[in-house]
Design a binder for this molecule. Structure first.
Ligand SMILES: *Cc1c(COP(=O)(O)O)cnc(C)c1O
Length: 351
């Protein structure tokens, strides 16, 4: 089965070999306070910085999922209020979770077909501004330039970005915001159970000023431990090891970015003029480069998903309220060109 699910998604072909290596090298039962783990953790962080172009001054932490990152941020980086800017189900969920912990959290919903209009945002005196860079549920993105503008217009606020389905798939300008996070089962091409959280010096300073220490995963503890290349609890050592191995072989981000763009445009061209399947997002200027959402008649959508599965091609279900009328195709780096061709050949008959 070839998975085009936008998470958990197709993993790199080398993963089984790396898992075997991990077993041979004793990584599966490695002590997370050992020197050997510290070496792996240190190497992984340095590779993340090198391969994803993360500024040297930023801190990198490990968590278990993007959902945990939502919680860490709500606990440790927001004292009174946050502004959540979103146009789909993941951004909304992030707002809902935060609102339960931080009653002062506010939401700003915008139209998925329109570019985020900065002039309409209540940007004055915000404490933390939360943006979903790539909305996996509907296949839209907020581009780097817009994120940088939000930060520039409110430089004292922390700008926090959920890049779960784009980090490692497209180039992100980490300097333009304070916190970025992603779990690895999407563009990283790895099995689920690990997330990466990246924080600017301003975010670390703000975290220290709040000094929240009520939770096992308070960022203050995570930071304290990471200063020794360790984690607040026993981490997913195998996940971190696999991340290190995959990153070592990874091409430069610029190369992967160009490839993601070329493939996204290839898909868009493929569906141009199609009768039964239309790109769910009509405005090309806001379409995601890593997640494609197709819309059609509910019966047709169900039929295509079933037939695709029979042909060994796993399409992503529609998400939330879009479930009956859409399916999604991941455009993640681990997917091979030959696999995309195969899916195109299959869809040719139904589009
Ligand atoms: C998948 C996804 C999440 C949730 O990730 P988990 O690792 O399952 O917690 C959050 N935000 C976005 C944008 C996602 O695509």
């Amino acid at each position: 089965m070839i998975s085009f699910y936008p998470g958990p998604s197709r993993v790199y072909d080398e993963i089984p070999t790396y898992v075997k290596d991990a077993h041979k090298k004793g990584i599966l039962s490695m002590n997370h306070r050992s020197e050997e783990f510290v070496a792996i953790s240190k190497k992984t962080v340095s590779l993340l910085k090198e391969k994803l172009n993360i500024p040297e001054s930023y801190s990198v932490f490990f968590a278990t999922s993007a959902t945990e990152c939502w919680e860490i941020i709500a606990q440790s980086l927001i004292s009174e209020s946050s502004l959540h800017i979103f146009n789909g189900a993941f951004g909304e969920k992030w707002f809902d979770y935060t609102h339960r912990l931080v009653p002062g959290a506010q939401s700003f919903r915008f139209d998925p077909e329109s570019k985020l209009d900065i002039r309409k945002l209540p940007l004055k005196n915000q404490e933390v501004i939360c943006i979903t860079q790539n909305e996996t549920s509907n296949g839209t993105e907020v581009n780097n330039k817009l994120i940088a503008t939000v930060k520039r217009k409110n430089s004292r606020a922390l700008v926090v970005v959920d890049a779960t389905s784009s980090m490692a798939g497209i180039e992100l300008n980490f300097k333009s915001a304070d916190v970025w996070f992603a779990s690895v089962q999407k563009c990283f091409g790895l099995p689920a159970g690990l997330a990466v959280m990246v924080c600017s010096p301003q975010a670390i300073q703000y975290m220290k000023s709040i000094n929240e220490k009520k939770h096992y995963n308070s960022l203050a503890y995570i930071d304290e431990m990471m200063n020794k290349w360790q984690t607040n609890c026993t981490p997913n050592v195998l996940g971190i090891y696999l991340l290190m191995r995959v990153l070592r072989k990874r091409k430069p981000m610029e190369h992967i970015h160009q490839k993601s763009i070329a493939r996204a445009l290839g898909w868009q061209k493929f569906f141009r003029g199609a009768k039964n399947l239309k790109l769910h997002i009509k405005n090309q200027g806001v379409r995601s480069l890593t997640v494609l959402t197709l819309t059609g008649h509910p019966e047709r959508i169900t039929e295509i998903k079933t037939l695709a599965k029979d042909a060994g091609l796993l399409l992503g279900e529609g998400y939330g309220s879009l479930k009956p009328t859409t399916f999604r195709i991941a455009n993640f780096p681990a997917i091979r060109n030959s696999e995309i061709k195969k899916l195109m050949r299959f869809l040719e008959k139904y589009k």
